[in-house]
Design a protein around this ligand. Structure first.
Ligand code: PLP
Length: 227
């Protein structure tokens, strides 16, 4: 394992430069290093270089790495699809969940958040441009889901997340992210966090108000193939 510290430094520079270019404060944009399919050693290397926020997609893989890295003060973000039978472990072992997209999952996370921990920070995943994707609440159904989650005391609703259909056209990237930002504003106060932008489109996401960018390959290099 090598090169993570160097890539991380370059990523941080690029995020700060994008923020400045788009008239935003550099510290308004936080990096979630997406470590799915990367070994614990890679997370350890990024942690040693100062990174504290890590995003994981696959629950069992994440739990194994959390056990291995239990001595580190990591802020764990769950960014994968959520199955109903996995909510207890997600509620117990993560600090943030970006991918809440239905009321039943929200209720389970609320009921299963351990009493000794602060309310679970959640983002609602919206499906804005990828009609084929089953992930994400449709914009028309978002207000009802917001209302449902706001009433759950063990969840702390912080904002919206989206993973738009990939495109290399920067204008199209910005249109998709702008739509997410507009939805967050329409939901009223308190939805201040926008988890938008990956390694390929974080400049457009930062232009449109990203507060959390989820970068995997830019930090860790290419992912190993799925096992
Ligand atoms: C894998 C993944 C990312 C990171 O993608 P990169 O292209 O490696 O930056 C971001 N968000 C989600 C939801 C992902 O699954």
């Amino acid at each position: 394992m090598s090169g993570v510290a160097e890539r991380l430094a370059a990523v941080e520079t690029a995020i700060a430069a994008a923020a400045t270019r788009h008239g935003r404060r550099a510290d308004a944009v936080r990096l979630v290093a997406v470590s799915k399919r990367q070994p614990a050693a890679a997370i350890n290397e990024a942690w040693a270089a100062g990174q504290r926020r890590f995003g994981e997609n696959y629950l069992q893989e994440a739990l194994d790495k959390q056990d291995e890295l239990a001595a580190l003060d990591v802020e764990w973000h769950f960014i994968g699809a959520i199955q109903g039978n996995k909510t207890a472990a997600i509620a117990a072992r993560f600090d943030w969940v970006h991918t809440v997209d239905r009321a039943r999952i929200a209720t389970r996370l609320n009921d299963q958040r351990p009493a000794g921990r602060p309310p679970l920070k959640v983002l609602l995943q919206v499906n804005i441009s990828d009609e084929a994707s089953k992930s994400g609440v449709l914009p028309a159904d978002l207000p009802a889901l917001v209302e449902h989650v706001r009433a759950l005391p063990r969840l702390d609703l912080r904002g919206l997340m989206a993973l738009p259909a990939p495109t290399v056209d920067p204008a199209a990237q910005r249109r998709a992210f702008a739509a997410v930002a507009a939805l967050a504003r329409a939901c009223g106060p308190g939805l201040d966090e926008l988890s938008i932008g990956t390694s390929d489109d974080f400049d457009a996401a930062i232009a449109e108000g990203a507060t959390l960018v989820r970068l995997g390959t830019a930090v860790f290099g290419p992912r190993p193939a799925a096992a």
